[in-house]
Design a protein around this ligand. Sequence first.
Ligand code: GLN
Length: 493
Amino acid sequence: MLNQLTIFELTARLAKRDVSAREAMQACLDRIQRVDNQIKAFISYDAADALAQADAADKALADGAKHEQRPLLGVPVAIKDVLAVKNQPMNCGSKILGKFISPYDATVIEKLKGAGAIVFGRLNMDEFAMGSSTENSAFQLTVNPWDTSRIPGGSSGGSAAAVVADEAIATLGSDTGGSIRQPAALCGCVGLKPTYGRVSRYGLVAFASSLDQIGSFTKDVRDTATILGVISGHDPRDSTSIPQPVTNYAAALDGNVKGLKLGLPKEYMIGGLDPEVKAAVDAAVRQLQKLGAELVEISLPHTDYAAATYYIIAPAEASANLARFDGIRYGARVDGTDPIELYSKTRGAGFGAEVKRRIILGTYVLSSGYHDAYYLRAQKVRTLIRQDFLKAFEQVDAIVTPTTPTAAFKIGEKSDDPLQMYLSDIFTISCNLAGICGLSVPCGFMKSPKLPVGLQFLGKPFGEETILKIAHAYEQSTGWHQEKPALEVVNAG
Ligand code: GLN
């Protein structure tokens, strides 16, 4: 079935003209029809628009479009509800945006379209990307395709579930503290958070601007490399994007990891690590060694402070960023007798509990009297965390860790306990604080129920090529990524 193909496989068949982009798009739409009443990855999608884009791709293919110039021509790619797609709704998983329609394309969307992708659908997420389970969406509960009583991870839960359920060939998400890598690990696909500044954030609704980065979910590492090559690059509309040349990431995947040094941070082997997750990661490390990588024990001494630091900086930035949702400029409005009443009624009705918690926390740590004790201190600790990594990278080419401490948990299991929820990102948040790149790749399964486990590679700033190369060599030598959930069967029951 065409919806099950990777980008690599689909574009090869499209180039031979043995299948059409319309057929590929239709296969995804049919799959959504069949399974999404259960998975609920999509908040909405516009089938007619998607098919019209597919027809345009078929026309370009018939006119002899070059694959090198349009590497995603005819590939259906679905989008997290936090990225602006011109003339499509954007809600960020929240009620507060009401019937907002994006007036322009985010830079990454412009680039995807320029490369020929069929950009479609709005994927479910935790409200404003705050969460680790997608349970904070104001719309619906997305479930894990491997076990529908469990969460898909978050905040890009819809993006991960859609790829794993074969409802799209690839998807985009955003990662502020783990929101790509954590759901990729829990659903069993490849998820990449690029280096801060690698990908333009123009058109991404900001959660925490110094941490946010856009990345992809794909069925294998090569597809991740292909998408990164398309979406990255300097953009004058995002002053934090960096004018670093874009490499041919896919060409770097030569399967050779001989002599590469991989760091194992001793601080990541913590008590809360599930023994089965640990066993899968240990086996992956042995496999990497077999492939010729050299293992080095390293230390990231400030790891313990990462969660506390993140939960000061991210809410502080969020409290400032979310001030714009005031009922005047965008979306929904609840009227009041004066502007203050209008603001507070709109925000009171429009935001969910977790978003309110973050705004309150963030406003508190920035308020005069507490600013120096919390925010300024957190910024200093953040620098120490970054230095830990830069120092480690003097010794090693990449770092390998579990992506998450446990496999997917049950729906509702942590929703009443924000601290427990925050701890599910314990291995992913340091990467954002340090501004480096990170990738999660499937590395095995829990036995019962069968749930995917993720392996995380952390790379130097702009070291995407290296982590992609290592992850690709690992993936190709194991084949975990080829396992699929038995969704149809679950559906029939
Ligand atoms: N789970 C983390 C949070 O709730 C990270 C979210 C993200 O990366 N967007 O903030």
